[in-house]
Design a protein around this ligand. Structure first.
Ligand SMILES: Nc1ncnc2c1ncn2[C@@H]1O[C@H](COP(=O)(O)OP(=O)(O)OP(=O)(O)O)[C@@H](O)[C@H]1O
Ligand code: SF4
Ligand SMILES: [Mg+2]
Length: 338
């Protein structure tokens, strides 16, 4: 039984998952700042941004698995009627195995190197009470087959180092699926995989959503993947969310220069061609060197003196209240950056 505060204010129409003002520091330096978003049941939200923007730290803070050097400064995380951010470690661990699962950025590193992959899936099934020990092996083989692993009998007997990155990723997904989680967090599940395997993993995630109404938080820096699978998008830059929108609206019109430049790196917007980011001049600044005002100012073609001094808040636009942007010149982005 998982002890969790009951949130009487959470009504039937509330999003299934909600993060509010989440902030994470690394060795005293702010790494994730006031990140807020909500995802409805069955929806897929993509969290996108260049390397070092704070995407993985956001995910790790959500599931309570931050590295020792990092700490959550403040913020709330709610999944259904559970305030994950207030749970004791053992209750959060129980939630991780049941209501929320995470596929990590480094699948090979997340699997136990000393255990055959079939045993790892079988063990998870037993721990979650999804199968008895005698049943577990056959059920594990079924799961491995379901995530598209060919010759599961043979693969199940192999160790992670004997499998390719794509195969390890599928094993991770199989393990994540054991609990039939309400929320699946997938951190770069297709990066470094070839295009065919990438498409298969995305198909698998789509199938999950269709069959189990799984809510998905997908972390990626690939806008092609975003256009393929996401319903909504939060664009992150230097620890903050800078733009938020439904996916179609975002691809049609951008209200933040960073998003505009990210999307310009894709030659076509039909999602057929997938290009790795970034091609924007300069790099994400180091944690210790974040600019005082808008953090994108040193790389932004629209920056002016106000941008260097004042950090723009993420707000709904007067002209388009469905859209949120953190830019002083949000309305000019499309006409000024061609
Ligand atoms: N264990 C750690 N020790 C020190 N710094 C860290 C650690 N983990 C993350 N950071 C720093 O925190 C910032 C955000 O890192 P994070 O891993 O969340 O980025 P990311 O957006 O997931 O990037 P990527 O796309 O490369 O995975 C980076 O500056 C990173 O160097
Ligand atoms: S606030 Fe200024 S620097 Fe920041 S993204 Fe907007 S125009 Fe560029
Ligand atoms: Mg990451």
């Amino acid at each position: 039984m998982i002890a969790s505060p009951n949130l009487s204010s959470v009504g039937a129409a509330a999003p299934l998952f909600e993060v509010e003002r989440l902030s994470v520091a690394i060795k005293g330096l702010s790494a994730v700042e006031d990140v807020s978003f909500a995802i409805n049941a069955g929806q897929t939200m993509a969290l996108v941004g260049e390397s070092g923007c704070g995407k993985s730290l956001t995910a790790l803070a959500i599931v309570g698995l931050l590295p020792d050097v990092a700490e959550r400064r403040h913020g709330t995380v709610r999944l259904m009627d559970h305030l994950l951010s207030e749970l004791a470690p053992e209750s959060l661990r129980a939630m991780r195995g049941t209501a929320v699962s995470m596929i990590f950025q480094e699948p090979a590193a997340s699997l136990n190197p000393l255990m055959r992959v079939g045993e790892q899936v079988a063990e998870t099934l037993v721990v979650h009470g999804r199968a008895t020990r005698p049943e577990a092996r056959a059920t594990a083989l079924g799961l491995l087959a379901a995530v598209g692993i060919p010759d599961p009998e043979i693969r199940a007997r192999q160790y992670p180092f004997e499998l390719s990155g794509g195969m390890c990723q599928r094993v991770m997904i199989a393990i994540a699926l054991v609990a039939q989680p309400k929320l699946l967090i997938a951190d770069e599940p297709t990066t470094a995989l070839d295009v065919t395997i990438q498409a298969q993993i995305l198909d698998l995630l789509r199938r999950l959503r269709a069959e189990h109404n799984t809510t998905l938080l997908l972390i990626t820096h690939d806008m092609g993947v975003v256009s393929d699978i996401a319903d909504k998008v939060c664009v992150m830059y230097a620890g903050r969310i800078v733009e938020e929108a439904d996916v179609e609206a975002l691809f049609e019109r951008q209200y933040h220069p960073y998003t505009r430049l990210l999307l310009r790196t894709i030659p076509t917007l039909d999602g057929r061609r997938k290009t790795l980011l970034p091609t924007i001049r300069g790099n994400v600044p180091d944690l210790a060197g974040w600019p005082k005002g808008c953090r994108f100012a040193p790389r932004c073609p629209l920056a002016d003196s106000r941008c260097a001094l004042d950090a723009p808040p993420l707000v709904a636009l007067d002209s388009d209240p469905q859209r949120k942007s953190a830019c002083w010149h949000a309305e000019k982005v499309m006409e000024r950056i061609r």
